[in-house]
Design a protein around this ligand. Structure first.
Ligand SMILES: [Ca+2]
Ligand SMILES: [Ca+2]
Length: 242
């Protein structure tokens, strides 16, 4: 039987293999799809209750990843050096008005760990807290056991990792994103699994038909051309999303 355990804390409320295209801009990260999926699941819970979605922030991902590696041998909100878990975030330069951490281990999938957290008052409280606007996820493994960390903050001074049309996490909406969408659509058309995860498809789907395909790629290219010649409208407005 797998060991499952989780604890929560309200730590402080002070006030693809495609040669031409890299979809990963930070260090090679085998767990990025898992991070994205956990955040998708969090946002499904929040939007079902009419709450704002949290955006994924790289600094919170980095801090959560460090925490996931720490809790393998020290399953606690207190770090191996005796300080509180959120100092992994402030050590990286993160600042906050509100911050919180959920940790768990032994759950094999994103859906499993989210179910575990949602069935626990303290963890659910963090996931649904209105004070938070950004989050990151850490995932680490020891043998077959996965260790999970969610790190939440109010998002002060943190840029979103994804934005509409920007699916390769480089803060730009351009032809690289359009190419990734076309490759994903072509692979799926050939019966393969594609290169985009659920989070990326949601940010790629500019015409909101639940698909990322050539229509969205065309919109991205048109917007990039427009922005490249000095256009100042937002992509949401340009694509009729707002
Ligand atoms: Ca991009
Ligand atoms: Ca679409």
């Amino acid at each position: 039987m797998k060991i499952k355990h989780m604890i929560t804390a309200f730590l402080s409320v002070a006030v693809c293999g495609i040669s031409a295209i890299s979809l990963v801009t930070s260090a090679a990260d085998q767990y990025q799809d898992k991070r994205d999926e956990v955040i998708m699941l969090v946002n499904e819970q929040r939007t079902a209750l009419g709450k704002s979605e949290l955006y994924e922030a790289e600094l919170l991902n980095q801090a959560a990843q460090l925490r996931a590696e720490e809790i393998i041998d020290n399953f606690s909100h207190i770090r191996p050096d005796g300080r509180a878990g959120y100092t992994a975030f402030t050590d990286l330069g993160g600042v906050y008005m509100a911050v919180g951490e959920n940790i768990a281990y032994g759950y094999p999938t994103e859906a499993d760990v989210m179910n575990g957290w949602m069935n626990s008052d303290g963890h659910r409280g963090n996931i649904l807290n209105d004070a938070y606007h950004a989050m990151g996820v850490g995932v680490a493994a020891k043998g077959n056991v996965l260790y999970w960390v969610q790190l939440f903050s109010d998002g002060k001074n943190l840029p979103p990792l994804y934005s509409k049309g920007n699916i390769n996490r480089d803060n730009k909406t351009d032809s690289t994103d359009a190419s990734a969408i076309l490759i994903d659509a072509a692979q799926k058309g050939a019966g393969m699994s594609g290169i985009l995860n659920r989070m990326q498809i949601s940010f790629a789907d500019l015409n909101r038909n639940q698909l990322a395909d050539s229509d969205d790629a065309s919109l991205i290219l048109r917007y990039a051309a427009y922005a490249g010649t000095g256009g100042t409208e937002s992509i949401e407005s340009f694509c009729g999303l707002s």
